[in-house]
Design a protein around this ligand. Structure first.
Ligand SMILES: [Fe+2]
Length: 466
């Protein structure tokens, strides 16, 4: 980047303050008649308050957007989450201390951060936004109004949580992972039944705690991959550093692979593999005495540094992209084989959810055409052959793709791929609908504004809400 010039994608890091409700959208192309429901997308949406800028993209205030498709056409809404974090900011007209990577001067403040801007889930008819603390926000799916902050009573000693609970499509159970920093320090895994009863599956003591953004569950096991990006447990709640800055990267330590028996909660194995940093697990399944775990692996955690705001300036580029990577965990021989999958680099990898916890062939991801550039294309890869098809469009930056199967029993990867795309030339975003089998464009539903870059997205079919 030339000194003094803003990158052309800087509008994606710009605050959007306008909240809208059920605005009709103009559509180019044809929305498939079978696509009936609402797409939700969460992410940071406001980066300045009271004349001050947050220190990191992930400290932007949580902003939820939705696009609803139905017989009436397409409409959109967007709204800030009324978290206690955001309400405190508005009251004080200042960025609260103790965010993800904004300057902290008060101890423990990140633990009270309910700025749930990282992920959005729909389970047991509840729409829930999650961040990296044991607090989440329940949302009205129709109005996007905040209902309340959920604080799990049994996690009162936990200082961080994965924003990616795992849902077992077969049993209806939900698995959560949290980091506990005392009595004893370690990892806590909980299971919630389809009826809503939560129990602690296990607590795994650990003298250091890894940065755990996600984890895997198979029909038999729960698998944690602890990269060598770890923190002293007590520092996570008592240091005066920003939360992120408590973690230290030490490639010489390699990664730990923790395998927990899903039925008993017993720690079955602790194995090691090469140093890697992963935000997102993709899928995992059992294969005899082996466990297969696919995840998106970076060589180090520099992606987090690349998203910091430097004295209020938007991130200036050099964004690393992860490689989808397969870990074969051999429980009999106590070893882990690690190799990249045959597909282009990309984040927000997603599969056909009908293949969750069993072998999949098709992988969708959002990635850069050129190394170090922001995400500017969507790819569908066949990981067995390495063949991939990409969608891209001039001046357009897509976010996380969502796959929606066209039928319940159709072939893997047949359906639609949805994503919110920012057109930086038009200064508008649109909801993109692709034929997921061919990656050909079906429709664009144009939003009235340019949405800032987001994180995860979700599609909830109309029948799932009735
Ligand atoms: Fe995530």
């Amino acid at each position: 980047m030339n000194p003094g010039s803003a990158p052309r994608y800087s509008i994606g890091f710009t605050s959007l303050l306008d909240e809208v409700s059920s605005v009709p959208l103009s559509v180019t192309g044809i929305v498939p008649p079978g696509l009936v429901g609402t797409m939700y997308r969460i992410g940071p949406g406001r980066f300045q308050i009271g004349g001050h800028c947050v220190g990191h993209w992930l400290d932007g205030f949580a902003f939820l957007s939705s696009v609803t498709f139905g017989s009436h056409g397409a409409t959109c809404s967007n709204r800030f989450l009324a978290s206690s974090w955001y309400r405190r900011a508005l009251t004080k007209d200042a960025v609260p201390a103790g965010g993800f990577d904004s300057q902290s001067i008060h101890r423990c403040s990140h633990l009270s951060d309910d700025n749930a801007n990282m992920n959005i889930t729909h389970w047991r008819h509840e729409l829930e936004a999650l961040g990296d603390t044991p607090q989440s926000i329940l949302i009205d799916p129709a109005t996007l109004a905040t209902i309340r902050t959920r604080r799990w009573a049994h996690l009162h000693r936990c200082c961080a949580s994965s924003p990616h609970p795992v849902f077992d499509q077969l049993t209806g159970e939900r698995f959560d992972l949290s980091l506990c920093n005392r009595d004893p320090a370690g990892y806590v895994i909980t299971v919630t039944s389809p009826e809503g009863r939560t129990r602690r599956l296990c607590a795994i003591p650990s003298s250091r705690l890894g940065y755990m953004h996600s984890f895997s569950v198979t029909p038999r096991w729960v698998i944690l991959i602890e990269g060598p990006f770890t923190a002293y447990p007590r520092s996570l709640s008592s240091s005066r550093r920003p939360y992120l800055r408590n973690y230290v990267w030490d490639a010489g330590q390699g990664s730990r692979v923790l395998v927990v028996d899903r039925r008993t909660g017993a720690l079955k194995a602790t194995l090691s593999t090469r140093p890697l940093f992963a935000l997102h697990h993709i899928n995992a399944w059992d294969d005899g005495d082996q466990i297969i775990v696919d995840l998106a692996a970076y060589p180090d955690p520099s992606i987090l540094d690349s998203l910091a705001f430097d004295h209020g300036e938007v991130p200036a580029g050099d964004f690393p992209a992860p490689l989808a990577t397969r870990l074969i965990i051999d429980l009999e021989h106590k070893r882990v084989l690690c190799s990249p999958l045959r597909c282009p680099p990309g984040e927000f990898c997603t599969i056909d959810v009908r293949f969750s916890m069993r072998p999949h062939t098709i992988l969708f991801a959002a990635g850069p055409t050129r190394t170090g550039e922001p995400i500017d294309r969507l790819c569908r890869s066949d990981v067995t052959t390495g063949r991939f098809i990409a969608w891209s469009s001039d001046n357009c930056f897509p976010g996380a793709p969502i796959f929606v199967p066209a039928t319940t029993d159709g072939p893997e990867g047949e359906g639609w791929l949805l994503a919110i795309v920012l057109d930086v030339l038009a200064k508008r975003s649109f909801a993109l609908i692709l034929d997921a089998a061919t990656m050909t464009e079906q429709a664009r539903a144009w939003l009235p504004c340019a949405l800032p870059f987001g994180l995860h997205a979700l599609f909830v079919s109309e029948e799932a809400t009735t």
